[in-house]
Design a protein around this ligand. Structure first.
Ligand SMILES: [Zn+2]
Length: 225
């Protein structure tokens, strides 16, 4: 889940009446992606999302500081649930707390989060929007394409990793594809040994909080095969 800094976008208003009028500014600020599942807006439809629910916290219903973007799946699973006591993309490094897998799963990155309390906070965010819903999960619905979309995005990224490594395509093609497909964290994971690609993914997806990635971008030794 891409960590973001909305303060980089200076053209916003403090309040929007009605709140739906904030959508264009949010897309300019964050890119047209669901803030939770990272899918592209044209594939899933996104709308203004209230971090703190608009009815439970009516005084925050129109505040820019309370907005993100969310698809219908993430929004409806989140519902009116409170967000207190969990990691969140506006305040935490929500990329490295999760591990993305080729079979479409998202789970807690146990290697990065060594403390049980931190793992619980990460798991709470997965449950908040239902990123763990896939076949076999009691609340999984076939209409929820987030899991299968992640699998497809992984396969796409893997295919173009091979083209990139053989020199058939350059970094620009990878960035263009990532922007078109969405799934920023999947592209970051599949290209994790290629700092030139990671740097551009971080810099070219709007409002990505780059300060979290200074150490991450150092070249890493590849695991022995
Ligand atoms: Zn979503």
């Amino acid at each position: 889940m891409r960590p973001v800094n909305k303060r980089e976008f200076h053209a916003c208003q403090a309040e929007y009446h009605p709140y739906g009028t904030a959508k264009n500014d949010l897309i300019s600020a964050l890119g047209g992606y669901c803030s939770y599942c990272e899918r592209q807006s044209y594939s899933c439809g996104i709308d203004v999302e209230h971090i703190k629910h608009k009815r439970r916290y009516a005084n925050r219903a129109t505040l820019w500081s309370n907005f993100l973007l969310a698809c219908k799946n993430c929004n409806s699973v989140k519902g009116t649930q409170p967000v207190k006591g969990m990691f969140f993309p506006t305040i935490s490094d929500t990329f490295r707390i999760f591990a993305y897998h080729r079979d479409g799963r998202v789970d807690v990155n146990q290697a990065f989060l060594t403390q049980p309390a931190d793992r619980q906070k990460a798991q709470a965010l997965i449950r908040l929007v239902g990123l763990d819903r896939r076949p076999g999960h009691p609340d999984y619905s076939a209409k929820d394409k987030r899991w299968s979309d992640r699998k497809q995005t992984w396969a796409l990224a893997q295919r173009y990793l091979a083209h990139y490594q053989t020199g058939n395509i350059d970094t620009q093609v990878i960035i263009d594809l990532a922007k078109l497909s969405g799934g920023w964290s999947i592209w970051m994971t599949v290209f994790k040994y290629l700092p030139p690609v990671l740097t551009r993914l971080i810099n070219e997806f709007p409002a990505t909080r780059a300060s979290y990635f200074i150490h991450y971008l150092r070249p890493k030794p590849r695991p022995a095969r």
